[in-house]
Structures are given as structure tokens and as C-alpha cells.
Design a protein around this ligand. Structure first.
Ligand code: NAI
Length: 349
């Protein structure tokens, strides 16, 4: 079996543990590098045929040029989202594969954890009772049962989320540019346009990819259309929300709470320890001062099951391309669609 040299960026101890457990005997030789992929670090991929990257590794044109010149032919994303790759820059030079699904349950369950924590304030109760404070002042929540949830994006994760919320007895409104009537009927959800979803939802949860069309879709204008006290949950991508507008909404009370697993400028901070250094990002720092904001560090995917699936699919993606030229999980570098059926024929658009 041919050995495939792969440079692994943004490697954390848990990545090494999972990938080492799965990679044994695969012939994929992983060289772990702790830093992010960027124009400053791309040189460490010299000699590799593939790079394995994560959500905050940036493939800009400059990075793509160097990767290609150094002999890299495959970028294997170990995540579903691919907004961090300049697809025009890799066109006809580097193939880009991803892990389209590893556990929609992991992400949806984390979104629910954010919602339940914010609503019932268990994060505060935890510290109170440990401190011998058994008062419940300020911990008042509301029944989810009978309320309306707006699910933006009814792909794999949004569907699981909708099912959980229906299980709570919520009415679920959904928005997706490609509505699936069969899913709506089977799950008891109702598709609506965004203005109606904003107007009627007590909870809004984002499960769509970041695209040029929906950058900062949650902004001052859309927040103004929402119900007063709306709870916003974002496990999608940080740039779906205009953070300054969110801060405005939180200050006025228009937004009742926000659960954020992603943040628009997360690249520098998320997955790293800044507890001693402090945080220079004033917007992030301001968000963290609100008692009704819960930020987690892009950890929604982080379950044992998801990590194992990610490692297995990534290694299969790498072997499949170099052994057989197969790219079942390729992102079409012409149209940017992960689901493009025409890319193999070269007849995309
Ligand atoms: P998916 O591809 O199965 O579904 C995405 C859905 O969003 C599709 O139905 C699509 O039609 C819809 N969509 C596209 N543009 C939209 C728009 N402008 N408005 C509303 N819906 C739109 O993707 P999946 O697996 O459900 O993941 C969704 C997103 O969740 C990913 O793109 C990624 O950004 C994020 N994610 C976050 C993770 C985390 O750890 N926080 C982990 C995995 C994914």
C-alpha cells in the first residue's frame, strides 16, 4: 500500500488520539502541526501530498498557490463546513473533500443544551448551590412546550433539531431555500419565509451553511422583526450573526438570550487557552459580560461518536483519492456546491 504523506494542521491532543486510533494500518502518514494553516505556516506542508485542515484553517489564494507548488493535491477538511476555503483559488489545482456528516445528533443536542441552559439558567444554579446559595431569584425560565421555534436550515442537523424541539411539544417553523414537503409532513414542522419565522418564533436556531447570501442574516433589521425576548441559538457559523447588532438587541431586551457555539471572529480564540493572556476582541469580551449569553468554543460536534466518524471518513477520503481517484465527498470547485452531481463529468454550469 502506498504511503500518503499528510500534514495535519491545528492538531489538538484529542485529534491525535482519535486519528491515531483510526489511522493504524491505513497507510496515511500523519504529520501533526499544532498551528493553523495560513500564509505564514503553509511551508510546513512541504513534502506532503495532502493536508488535513479544520474550521479555522484558511485556504486563501496565497495559501493555495504555495500548497500546489509544493505538490499538495488534496485538501481534506475534517469538518462539514467549507467557507474557509477559497474555492476559486483551488480551481483545477487542488481537490477539496470534507466530512459531510459525522453526527448531526452531536450538533443538535449541543444546540438544545445551549437553549435549556439559557432558559432554565442551570449555569447560574450550578455556581449558586456550590456556594451554598439556594435562592432561586432570577432563575425564572419559560415552558418550551407550546412555544414556537424557528429552525433555519433543514439539512441533517436542522432536521434532528426540529425533531427534538417537536418532542418538547414546540410548534416548529422552518426556513430552507429547498423545502422538503415530505420532511415537513413527517415531522409536523411548517415551512415559512424568514419574515414569518422571525415574527412568530420564541426561539430561533441556525443550522444553515454560511454562504455569500446569508452573511450576517441576523442583523439589526432582522432582530427588529423578531419577538421581544427571542432566544437565538447559533451552532451554524459565526458570520451568520452581526455581533454588534446582537449586542444592541441584548441591551434593549429585544433579544432575551443568545447561545453561541460560533462567533464571527472566532479564528484567533476558539480552541485556544486565553485565560492568562486576556482577550483583545472587545466585541467578544462585551458578549461575555451578558448573563444571558452563553458562548461555547465551537464544540457542538465534539462527541466520541462524531470524532471517530470524522477520522474514519477523512482517512477514507484521502485513500479513496490517491488509490482510486474517487472523490465522493468533494466540494465542487466550480460551483462550490458540496452536492454537485455534475462535477465528475466536468459539465458543471
Ligand atoms: P446540510 O448540508 O445537511 O444542511 C444545510 C441546509 O441548509 C440545507 O438543507 C440547505 O438547503 C440549507 N440552506 C442553505 N442555504 C440556506 C440559507 N441561506 N438559509 C437557510 N437554509 C439554507 O448541513 P448540516 O450537516 O445540517 O450542517 C449545517 C451547518 O452546521 C454546516 O454548514 C456548518 O456550518 C454547521 N456545523 C457546525 C458544527 C459545530 O460544531 N458547531 C458542526 C457541523 C456543522
Amino acid at each position: 500500500m502506498k504511503t500518503i504523506k499528510t500534514t495535519f494542521f491545528d492538531a489538538k491532543p484529542y485529534d491525535r488520539e482519535t486519528f491515531n486510533a483510526v489511522a493504524g494500518g491505513s497507510g496515511v502518514e500523519l504529520k501533526y502541526f499544532a498551528g493553523h494553516l495560513s500564509a505564514d505556516t503553509v511551508q510546513v506542508a512541504a513534502g506532503a501530498e495532502a493536508v488535513c485542515i479544520f474550521v479555522n484553517d484558511a485556504v486563501t489564494r496565497e495559501v493555495a498557490d504555495v500548497l500546489y507548488a509544493q505538490g499538495v493535491r488534496l485538501i481534506a477538511l475534517r469538518c462539514a463546513g467549507y467557507n474557509n476555503v477559497d474555492l476559486k483559488a483551488v480551481y483545477q489545482r487542488l481537490h477539496v473533500v470534507r466530512v459531510p456528516a459525522y453526527s448531526p445528533y452531536a450538533v443538535a443536542e449541543h444546540a438544545v443544551a445551549l437553549l435549556l441552559t439559557l432558559n432554565r439558567k442551570t449555569h447560574k444554579a450550578y455556581f449558586r448551590t456550590r456556594d451554598g446559595n439556594f435562592a432561586i431569584n432570577g432563575l425564572l425560565g419559560f415552558d418550551l412546550h407550546g412555544k414556537t421555534a424557528g429552525v433555519v436550515g433543514t439539512g441533517k442537523i436542522g432536521r434532528v433539531m426540529a425533531g427534538i424541539l417537536r418532542g418538547f411539544g414546540m410548534r416548529v417553523l422552518a426556513f430552507d431555500p429547498f423545502p422538503d414537503a415530505a420532511f415537513a409532513q413527517a415531522s409536523g414542522c411548517t415551512y415559512a419565509d424568514l419574515p414569518a419565522l422571525y415574527r412568530e418564533s420564541d426561539v430561533i436556531t441556525l443550522h444553515c451553511p454560511l454562504t455569500p447570501e446569508n452573511v450576517r442574516m441576523i442583523n439589526a433589521d432582522s432582530i427588529a422583526q423578531m419577538k421581544k425576548g427571542v432566544v437565538i441559538i447559533n451552532t451554524g457559523r459565526g458570520k451568520l450573526i452581526d455581533s454588534l447588532a446582537l449586542i444592541g438587541g441584548l441591551k434593549s431586551g429585544q433579544v432575551g438570550a443568545a447561545g453561541l457555539d460560533v462567533y464571527e471572529e472566532e479564528t484567533e480564540y476558539f480552541f485556544e487557552d486565553f485565560s492568562a493572556a486576556g482577550i483583545d476582541d472587545d466585541v467578544l469580551a462585551r458578549l461575555m459580560t451578558f448573563p444571558n449569553v452563553l458562548i461555547t468554543s465551537h464544540q457542538a460536534f465534539f462527541t466520541r461518536e462524531a470524532m471517530t466518524n470524522i477520522a474514519q471518513t477523512t482517512l477514507d477520503n484521502i485513500r479513496g483519492f490517491f488509490d482510486r481517484g474517487e472523490l465522493p465527498h468533494e466540494i465542487c470547485y466550480r460551483c462550490g456546491e458540496a452536492t454537485c452531481q455534475r462535477k465528475a463529468s466536468g459539465k458543471c454550469f
